[in-house]
Design a binder for this molecule. Structure first.
Ligand SMILES: Cc1cc2nc3c(=O)[nH]c(=O)nc-3n(C[C@H](O)[C@H](O)[C@H](O)COP(=O)(O)OP(=O)(O)OC[C@H]3O[C@@H](n4cnc5c(N)ncnc54)[C@H](O)[C@@H]3O)c2cc1C
Length: 438
């Protein structure tokens, strides 16, 4: 008899946990991801702010699963699901719309950016979701300093050296803190015409506090820390407008050339593929066993799923994704072997953490609420533990230690993936002005 086939779409936290839970299952597992790597998204901001290199936060999925003989990894993009005929439709660079049949399906496609109905902001305020996004943000930030150094008119320096981050959740707060450290320490002595420490960093959110899910005390501690690092925190106002010249907040224009979107996330289109019920954010409503109502063979897990526990929706965080992925894998394993299924899924919340600059973090776990250096050490240990391979753990540990002691960063390169790395002066660029002035 042929073995059942399990298709997992997505090799993020949820998909990878599902695949690992199925390692001993007598089944053919096919994991499809549109990238070839598993990405540790919580450290994306460290690539954007030059602490780590892209290869320190991402690992080839194929490499992670190389010893798992029942699992095949395919790099391709899933564009639809036929839940009646039981196949997914996938495309790769070579072939389009190939149907791949399944007996069990796990959709773990994560989330994308949400501009809250203002998709026109995307052009000027890129988000932070993929490795390419983090490299683009790093290029943009470093380029702003290069442009300012080349600019002879000091009146333009302030616009070039103003950075606005939209969204004061964990990503925005961590990014603002890391950016402040970058400009106040690492870049401090590297320029001659400009003073990097004069850079203005503005963190904006329509919420009344930073780090929404954290307690009032920790939120206050994080805000105070940011302000100590020189970050301007603007709360209670949404961004009205973003264009090439800056942002408008509560009617006030802040001229700037660099805006990074660290706010809302939108789920992947899994709900549309399945024509299933979704929550207001578009995440697929799933049952206690993580399956889609009416389809016990289809599981939706991680950021693209919506499940309430104790009357509240589970948050879109890595722990939820990993625990759900593992559960879906274990349930499928038990069904294939005919063994008793695990109890209904129950999320075990280990707590939340956020770093605010060098050597300072906030940590909330049950009744425990701490901030400071101890919380930062815990944050570092936990993040190292969850990196995908031992070599990454060692490499990131050494880089963090080096950066902590010397202030030097891992990757301060501006890489132009579109073409030549040589700057091409345009008629009004500061580079042309500088060259002409020589
Ligand atoms: C900048 C940032 C910082 C974060 N910080 C934290 C943090 O500090 N702590 C925390 O707990 N959580 C954090 N999160 C959230 C956490 O990363 C997510 O909750 C987690 O990644 C969700 O896992 P997932 O497997 O559902 O999705 P993902 O990890 O996003 O994985 C989805 C996978 O599906 C693939 N995929 C998507 N669509 C398709 C398709 N159509 N076809 C094929 N493949 C597809 C993608 O390539 C990706 O590999 C952060 C997220 C971001 C963006």
């Amino acid at each position: 008899m042929s073995q059942p086939r399990v298709i997992i779409v997505g090799g993020g936290f949820a998909g990878l946990a599902a695949a690992k839970a199925l390692r001993k299952t007598p089944a053919k597992i096919i994991l499809i991801d549109r990238t070839n790597h598993h990405l540790f998204q919580p450290l994306l901001y460290q690539v954007a702010t030059s602490v780590l290199t892209p290869s320190q936060i991402a690992t080839p999925i194929r490499g992670i699963l190389r010893n798992q003989k029942n699992t095949t990894v395919i790099m391709g993009e899933v564009t639809g699901v036929d839940k009646d005929q039981k196949y997914v439709i996938a495309s790769d660079a070579d072939r389009q719309n190939v149907p791949i049949a399944y007996d069990y399906l796990i959709l773990a496609t994560g989330a994308g950016h949400s501009y809250f109905g203002h998709n026109e902001f995307a052009e000027y305020a890129p988000g932070l979701k993929s490795l390419a996004d983090s490299e683009a943000a790093r290029n943009k930030i470093l380029q702003a300093f290069e442009l300012a150094e080349a600019e002879e008119d000091p009146a333009r320096h302030q616009d070039l050296l103003t950075f606005v981050l939209v969204g004061a959740g964990p990503t925005g707060v961590e990014m603002a803190g890391a950016l402040a450290i970058l400009v106040r320490t690492t870049l401090k002595s590297d320029f001659r015409r400009i003073d990097p420490t004069s850079a203005r960093i503005v963190l904006v959110d329509m919420a009344p506090k930073v780090l929404g899910p954290f307690s009032e005390n920790l939120s206050k501690a994080a805000k105070q820390r940011l302000e100590k690092l020189g970050v301007e925190v603007r709360l209670g106002h949404s961004v009205d407008h973003i264009d090439a010249e800056g942002v408008v907040i509560a009617g006030e224009r802040i001229p700037c050339k660099t805006v990074i979107w660290t706010a809302g996330v939108a789920p992947s289109p899994a709900g549309k593929w399945l024509n299933a019920e979704t929550d207001r954010a578009g995440r697929v409503r799933i049952q206690e066993d993580l399956t889609v109502p009416g389809h016990s063979e289809i599981f939706v897990v991680g950021d693209t799923a919506s499940l309430d526990q104790n009357g509240k929706p589970l948050p879109g965080v890595a722990q939820v994704a990993m625990q759900q992925g593992r559960y879906a894998g274990e349930l499928i394993h038990s069904r294939i072997l005919g063994s008793p299924p695990p109890h209904a899924f129950s999320y075990f919340d280990k707590g939340s953490m956020a770093v605010v600059g060098k050597g300072f973090a906030v940590l909330q776990s049950g009744k425990v609420q701490v901030s400071g250096f101890g919380a930062w050490l815990t944050w570092a240990a936990v993040h190292l533990q969850f990196l995908a391979t031992s070599s990454l753990r060692l490499s990131v540990f050494l880089q963090w230690t080096w950066t902590y002691v010397t202030g030097q960063r891992g990757d301060r390169l501006i890489v132009n993936h579109q073409g030549s790395d040589v700057a091409k002066p345009t008629s009004d660029s500061p580079v042309r002005a500088t060259l002409a002035g020589r």
